[in-house]
Design a protein around this ligand. Structure first.
Ligand code: BES
Ligand code: ZN
Ligand code: MN
Length: 499
């Protein structure tokens, strides 16, 4: 893992592998040095901006230009990273992206100094998020593989004590460590992380943080009447699990429940998915990974709020023992659900987990899941879908915007609910006419059935944002992104501070 420390002194004389400076776009695609680059620029006799322009740099956000320094400064490599237009204050998200793009581009280096302008926290977080590398499963070292940067030094341009700056770095390490843990679980091969193994991995990670851990196996699930989790899990030779992780803070006055979908692989079951890109469904436990990783980080940060994570885990497989379209399933809360499509498995396991959270008692409930392809159609790969009670959703949206995990409010319309009336049971799992209209909303509407009217709750559909099948960009690697771990951590802190 990459470690962080505070840089002091002149970056041009630092004994490191690379120094990173920022460049703005002056408005015409001409690079302009940002604050922090002064000493390096002076050591290069003021020719740096012109050299960057000749090398094709424009200052676009996250653009990385590498230069050899041939002894002009102590570090052999100088990196200029783009910060976009200079409009006074550089935004937190721009700093995160720039720092992340720089540490990603410098994989293989031991020591790097970031001499960027602006606030310390986003630079530190972005640097660690961008440095992430998935270990993988190769039996022999990959030719040319460059490991994550070992040490990143960040400068603090901010006023304040060294102790405060160090605490900030510690916080960034905790938060990004949780993101890295979520990414590792998501990127894991699905045969390596079937439900019992995933439950064990979560329990082990949470145990070290001193959380109260409860794991229900298939027997306990049967005894507890978790019909939705059992129905989805019954087609797999690897039985389902349910994990509950509780962080209790001394003096806390509010309770927050976090529920995350943990389908370790989603074939669709009997309503099987097409083969193309099906392997991406190893990421169908991104919600579970996020809530489990987040509650461990929350416990380490220690805000005054009680936070409990609820993690239903199953593998959705087609087999002779699978659940089937037409089945009627009795859920944990007693609701009878008519199954119409076994590929709508997430809402089945989530409804049971939410019912348990509500039984335990909570003041706020946030559930997050890779629930629908419809989320990607509606909002794309970067913006999550947000449904639930208005005030709480707005709160989650504001936090998401602040941390760079955008989410946008979506409605839960009556007509969509009507379309889910069942001929035979209390509710259908999807639109009874198999109408795909408002697919994302159908998921939210189904889950809303299990929430009491007076409970502030939010459903965050992360189907697109949780997984990056494309090229790395900014601080986002290919594969699991760790969205929405940082939103969940800040939400807990926000509830601790404001109730
Ligand atoms: N895990 C999928 C949703 C998904 C799709 C996540 C693509 C990430 C990328 C979910 O279980 C699913 O299959 N949803 C169906 C719902 C339908 C059967 C009602 C969908 O979106 O098509
Ligand atoms: Zn799924
Ligand atoms: Mn599915």
């Amino acid at each position: 893992m990459t470690s962080l420390n505070l840089a002091d002194g002149d970056p041009s004389t630092a004994a490191v592998d690379a120094v990173v400076v920022g460049v703005f776009d002056d408005g015409d695609g001409v690079p302009q040095l940002a604050p922090g680059a002064e000493q390096v620029s002076a050591a290069l006799n003021g020719g740096l901006a012109d050299a960057l322009r000749r090398l094709g740099a424009t200052g676009a956000v996250g653009e990385v230009t590498k230069l050899a320094t041939f002894g002009a400064i102590k570090a052999p490599v100088l990196v200029a990273v783009g910060l976009g237009a200079d409009d006074g204050e550089v935004s937190a998200e721009t700093l995160r992206r720039a720092a992340g793009a720089a540490t990603r581009a410098l994989a293989g280096s031991d020591r790097v100094v970031l001499a960027l302008p602006g606030a310390l926290r986003p630079v530190a977080e972005g640097a660690l998020l961008g440095a992430y590398r998935f270990a993988g499963y190769r039996t022999r070292p990959q030719a040319g593989r460059r490991e994550a940067v070992k040490t990143v030094s960040v400068r603090s341009a901010e006023e304040g004590t060294k102790a405060a700056a160090r605490a900030m770095l510690k916080r960034a390490t905790t938060v990004t460590g949780a993101v890295a843990q979520a990414r590792d679980w998501i990127n894991a091969a699905p045969n390596e992380l079937r439900p019992p193994a995933f439950a064990d991995a979560i329990a082990a990670w949470a145990g070290t943080a001193g959380l109260d851990v409860e794991v229900l196996d298939e027997k306990a699930l049967k005894k507890g009447g978790y019909g939705g989790i059992l129905a989805v899990g019954q087609g797999s030779a690897a039985p389902p699990r349910f994990v509950r992780l509780a962080y209790t803070a001394r003096g806390a006055t509010s309770r927050l429940a976090l529920v995350g979908k943990g389908i370790t692989f989603d074939t669709g079951g009997v309503s099987i998915k097409p083969a193309a890109n099906m392997w991406e469904m190893k990421s169908d436990m991104s919600g579970a990974a996020a809530v489990a990783a987040a509650v461990v980080a929350i416990a380490a940060l220690g805000p005054k709020v009680n936070v409990t994570a609820y993690v239903p885990i199953a593998e959705n497989m087609p087999s002779g023992t699978s659940y089937r379209p037409g089945d009627v399933v009795t859920m944990r809360d007693g609701t009878r659900v008519e199954v119409l499509n076994t590929d709508a498995e997430g809402r089945m396991v989530l409804a049971d987990a939410m019912a348990r959270a509500i039984e335990d008692g909570t003041d706020y409930l946030l559930e997050t899941s890779t629930l629908t392809g419809g989320q990607i159609i509606a909002l794309g790969k970067r913006v999550s879908g947000l449904m639930g009670t208005e005030d709480f959703c707005n709160r989650v949206r504001d936090i998401g915007a602040r941390v760079g995990e955008p989410a946008w409010p979506m409605p839960l319309p009556d007509d969509v609910r009507k379309g889910m009336d069942s001929e035979v049971a209390d509710i259908s799992q999807v639109n009874a006419g198999m109408d795909r209209a408002g697919h994302m909303l159908q998921g939210g509407v189904f889950l809303s059935h299990f929430v009491p009217d007076d409970l502030p709750w939010a459903h965050l559909d992360i189907a697109g944002p949780s997984y990056n099948a494309g090229e790395p960009t900014g601080y986002l690697p290919k594969g699991g992104t760790g969205v929405p771990v940082r939103t969940l951590i800040e939400l807990a802190e926000d509830v601790a501070a404001n109730g």
